[in-house]
Design a protein around this ligand. Structure first.
Ligand SMILES: [Mg+2]
Length: 425
């Protein structure tokens, strides 16, 4: 007896933009962009902005005349708002199904095994309307017998508006026609390099990939992962919906302090320490990150003068080294810190996360040295054995009562499955 598996994927439309629109409803239906903080590239765009020809990653200086001419509304990223809304989105989903796996800041997999096939589509609609009503963010929903098929379904839901934002790819005949419409580049997990390999062999669609029989070629060119993707397209579950199964695409550590921090040194120690925890999580999942963002803010509920800012730094090659992370985080803090405020919250976000082994092959060999990696692994081993961070980088300080978090972000119900954040796309 084979177990019946049903998976949904829920993904917000233009998440950062729609978070901004939530607070400025007059912008609904208008072209809106969110830019990354320091390099000023487009990280989120509404459909209306897309129609003007604006692409993800476009540097602002290039599209500025176009934006001015068309009254495009511009925001710089505000991670503290996005995390908050992301949390609300995830907890709303959690109330609707038993098992959810947050996959990125605005995306989650849901286990729908308990829902009968006839009801899948209407349940998808219910998910969509509940999120839109309770959180205020528009989403699309894809449903299917595996994660990869659910991702294929949502791909169609997003690109063809006639579906009304919900596609269930479970019915076999519908599945055949939908898979034919999906370009190989848009299959979950097939990156630019792999799609070139596949196109060179005449594989241009999801369906052609699924039906490609030369498994030795797939294994040789796309490793075991390629074969697993094929199985998933075939309806055989490889990746289960598990709150902790997929490597996070972004990792966040953030906390509101028990007492406001006014000293720069304390804030340094706090940011260094959050970076440490985040880098540790990164190593746990065998990844490296290529960018780090830091934000700080005063209490929004205090009558005092308020201030908040965030900024990011990029690594040329991915790193898992806490020392590099801390150096970068502190230099970001340098650019956003202002004297004379009572800071109530800080956060660190690691993004552009990729598999450690994947990058080492793909990039110049000037990333972390074997020695660096070994040092970090040794540190993790000792800390794990001792049960807490007895070994840490000096920048983290020793007296941390005001902003202490240690591993607290792991415990409460929601944060257990959710310490990740903005994909910087
Ligand atoms: Mg999205």
């Amino acid at each position: 007896v084979s177990t019946r598996i049903r998976v949904a994927v829920v993904d917000a439309n233009a998440f950062f933009c729609n978070c901004e629109v939530l607070f400025k409803p007059a912008l609904r239906g208008k072209p809106v962009l969110v830019l990354s903080n320091n390099d000023g590239c487009v990280v989120s765009r509404t459909m209306e902005a897309k129609k003007l020809g604006i692409k993800m990653g476009d540097p602002y200086f290039k599209i500025r005349p176009l934006c001015e001419k068309n009254n495009v509304y511009i925001f710089s990223s505000n991670f503290s708002i996005y995390t908050n809304i992301s949390d609300r989105m995830m907890s709303t989903l959690q109330k609707m199904v038993q098992v959810i796996e947050p996959y990125s800041v605005d995306e989650a997999f849901l286990n729908l095994d308990q829902i009968s096939d006839e009801k899948l589509h209407s349940f998808g609609r219910e998910i969509k309307s509940t999120i839109e009503r309770d959180v205020g963010i528009p989403v699309c929903v894809g449903i299917g017998p595996t994660k990869t098929l659910a991702k294929a379904a949502i791909e169609r839901a997003k690109s063809d508006l006639t579906y009304g934002g919900v596609v269930d790819i479970t019915p076999p005949d519908l599945r055949e026609s939908l898979l034919e419409e999906i370009a190989i580049e848009d299959v979950w997990g097939v990156g630019g390099a792999w799609s070139k390999v596949l196109r060179a062999r005449g594989i241009g669609t999801a369906k052609e990939f699924r039906d490609y029989k030369h498994s030795h070629t797939i294994r040789k060119k796309l490793t075991k992962v390629g074969l697993q993707m094929q199985m998933e397209l075939n309806g055989e579950m490889v990746y289960s919906v598990n709150p902790n199964s997929s490597p996070k695409k972004s990792i966040i550590t953030s906390r509101t302090f028990s007492k406001p921090i006014t000293s720069r040194e304390k804030l340094n120690e706090c940011v260094a320490s959050y970076t440490s925890s985040a880098m540790e999580k990164l190593r746990e999942q065998n990844s490296v990150c290529r960018s780090i963002s830091v934000w700080i803010r005063t209490s929004p509920f205090s009558p005092e003068q308020q201030y908040g800012a965030s900024a990011s730094e990029f690594f040329i090659t991915g790193t898992l080294d806490t020392r590099k992370g801390i150096r970068a985080a502190l230099s970001v803090l340098d650019t956003i810190y202002r004297d004379g405020y009572r800071y109530k919250k800080a956060g660190v976000l690691l993004s552009n996360i990729v598999d450690r082994f994947h990058t080492q092959l793909a990039l110049f060999d000037n990333g972390d040295s074997d020695k660096d990696v070994m040092l970090m692994q040794t540190m993790d081993m000792i800390n794990e054995k001792e049960g807490e961070s007895i070994l840490k980088i000096a920048a983290c300080g020793t007296n941390n009562s005001a902003w202490r978090m240690l591993r607290e972000y792991k415990s409460p119900r929601f944060t257990t499955s959710w310490h990740e954040l903005p994909k910087v796309k």
